[in-house]
Design a protein around this ligand. Structure first.
Ligand SMILES: Nc1ncnc2c1ncn2[C@@H]1O[C@H](COP(=O)(O)OP(=O)(O)O)[C@@H](O)[C@H]1O
Ligand SMILES: O=P(O)(O)O[C@H]1O[C@H](CO)[C@@H](O[C@H]2O[C@H](CO)[C@@H](O)[C@H](O)[C@H]2O)[C@H](O)[C@H]1O
Length: 472
């Protein structure tokens, strides 16, 4: 960590500190993968809380807005800032800038989550529960986390920031913070209590009570040698290898998690009214998204067909807690089986909404879209690879859940369409180069008028009988 010089930042109010940080953060935030306002200027910036974890390491909750709507509350983000005189070369990539005014004038500010020392600080706090200002560090009383585990920053594309400790634990620090308990703590905790072994159970976490009650980070066991489903799918595509057996097992794993979720949380009955409200919400998302992603505009009328079809439906599957953002990047192959991670749901949605019971078909649709994503992201495009994976996945799901998602044609189509709209917004905001991937699906979904398909449920006893039935 850099050497700190007086005056100590903690001696200053958030408003005073902001005079040092505002310019630096306004330039730096829009460059961050986890920042949801790509391409938009940060005009309104305020510090919601400042906690000194160490004289040279500040924990910050900030609120940002783009000035577009004075009535819209700003987004809240969690930062760990290092402050010092000189930044060592190994931290050059973490540099945010040199403050020119205010209490930090002349000091260099950097993203402290990029360095192991801040990871050490957080783990020490999590090992021994307690508080620091508004921050509360808590853990599962039955688990003892050893001291001195070597941290490393996880070097993968992700929406948050994670540190791995001694290949034994992983700490996810949520970047975008929303009021309420984060489902990524709530759901794995509840599943562990159900005895579900498909999901790593939280061992420690930290949260804040002010200025908003929110979960800030979760420590879980790290699955060593795990490979995520997205990497495996791309390897399979590159090598021209089949992925049906993996997809089938993934379907079984998804259904197993859904069954455990159904046992852990309340269920809701499917109703015609529920379908109408869901369709209305999907149409609203389509309309809102097409205002910020103009590429969607030519397809809006076509896409609405799937939602109208859902609105006319008078049945469906019972609603329950689900994963909420299921895709190939959220499943890990480790120890010869699939595990499921990241129950945060769609990060842009309010937490109260993410905690509502939803149709399990929504998760199935997320994974089906993901097979399409993988196939679309490689040249040459191999639609048959995605089609086989999608079928195998549903077959595996049907065996475990005892109902086949393919028999829910209208529901599945509406959820896939809604998911593709979500993906278009996500990519436009976070990875504009990827926008063509969901747009390809959107064009296809809009072009093919919805029609009820999907036959009656036919249980498939094993992958191998499924495989031979497909002539594989
Ligand atoms: N328990 C775990 N064991 C091993 N690797 C993990 C574990 N949890 C997460 N990871 C790795 O971290 C990556 C990002 O995790 P994820 O929870 O999806 O973060 P984010 O929500 O920030 O995208 C995963 O793709 C995986 O590579
Ligand atoms: O970071 P999260 O895992 O919470 O999820 C967000 O980012 C994902 C991209 O990293 C995004 O997923 C989309 O791209 C994936 C490939 O990178 C693909 O597997 C998914 O099917 C596709 O939706 C996800 O939508 C977003 O919420």
């Amino acid at each position: 960590m850099c050497k700190v010089v007086a005056p100590r930042p903690s001696g200053h109010s958030p408003a005073h500190l902001l005079t040092s940080l505002a310019d630096l953060l306004q330039a730096w935030l829009p460059e961050q993968r986890w920042f949801a306002g790509k391409g938009r200027r940060v005009t309104d910036l305020s510090l919601l809380s400042v906690t000194e974890l160490h004289p040279a390491c500040l924990h910050l909750l900030i609120s940002t807005g783009d000035g577009s709507s004075p009535s819209r509350p700003g987004d809240c983000y969690q930062l760990l800032l290092g402050v010092g005189e000189v930044l060592p070369p190994r931290l050059a990539h973490a540099r945010i800038g040199r403050a020119s005014q205010g209490p930090l004038a002349g000091l260099t500010v950097y993203d402290a989550l990029q360095e192991p020392r801040s990871a050490d600080l957080l783990l020490e706090r999590l090992r021994t529960p307690g508080t620091a200002g508004p921050l509360r560090f808590e853990r599962d009383a039955k688990v003892t986390v050893p001291a001195g585990l070597t941290p490393r920053l996880l070097d993968v594309e992700q929406s948050n920031t994670s540190h791995v400790y001694g290949n034994a634990y992983i700490l996810k620090i949520f970047r975008r913070v929303r009021p309420g308990i984060n489902p990524d703590l709530e759901v794995p905790w509840a599943l562990a209590r159900q005895g579900c072994t498909r999901v790593p159970a939280p061992v420690a976490w930290f949260r804040t009570s002010e200025p908003l009650p929110a979960t800030l980070g979760v420590l879980q066991p790290f699955l060593p040698d795990a490979v995520d489903g997205w990497t495996l799918a791309l390897e399979s595509l590159t090598a021209g290898r089949d992925f049906r057996e993996e997809a089938y097992e993934l379907g079984r794993a998804t259904a197993e998690v859904h069954l455990a979720l159904a046992a852990a949380f309340a269920l809701g009955a499917p109703t015609a009214d529920g379908n109408r409200r869901l369709a209305a919400a999907m149409i609203e998302r389509l309309d809102t998204t097409s205002r910020s992603v103009p590429e969607l505009l030519p397809h809006v009328d076509g896409l609405r067909g799937a939602f109208d079809e859902l609105a006319a439906l008078d049945s469906g599957r019972p609603v329950q807690r689900i994963h909420g953002d299921l895709h190939l990047g959220q499943v890990l192959w480790a120890g010869e089986r699939w595990s499921v991670i990241d129950f945060e749901g769609e990060p842009a949605r309010p937490i109260a909404e993410r905690r509502q019971p939803q149709s399990p078909v929504r998760d199935v649709a997320g994974m089906l879209r993901s097979f399409d994503y993988a196939a679309r992201s490689r040249h040459p495009w191999r639609p048959e690879w995605a089609r086989r994976c999608r079928d195998a996945y549903c077959a595996g799901y049907a065996v475990q859940a005892r109902w086949d998602p393919r028999a829910q044609g209208a529901l599945l189509r509406a959820h896939e369409t809604d998911r593709a709209v979500y993906e278009a917004l996500y990519e436009a905001r976070h990875r504009p180069d990827w926008l063509p991937v969901p747009m390809a699906a959107i064009a296809r979904l809009a072009e093919h008028a919805p029609s009820s398909s999907g036959g009656p449920h036919t249980p498939v006893p094993s992958f191998h009988s499924f495989h031979s039935a497909q002539g594989g």
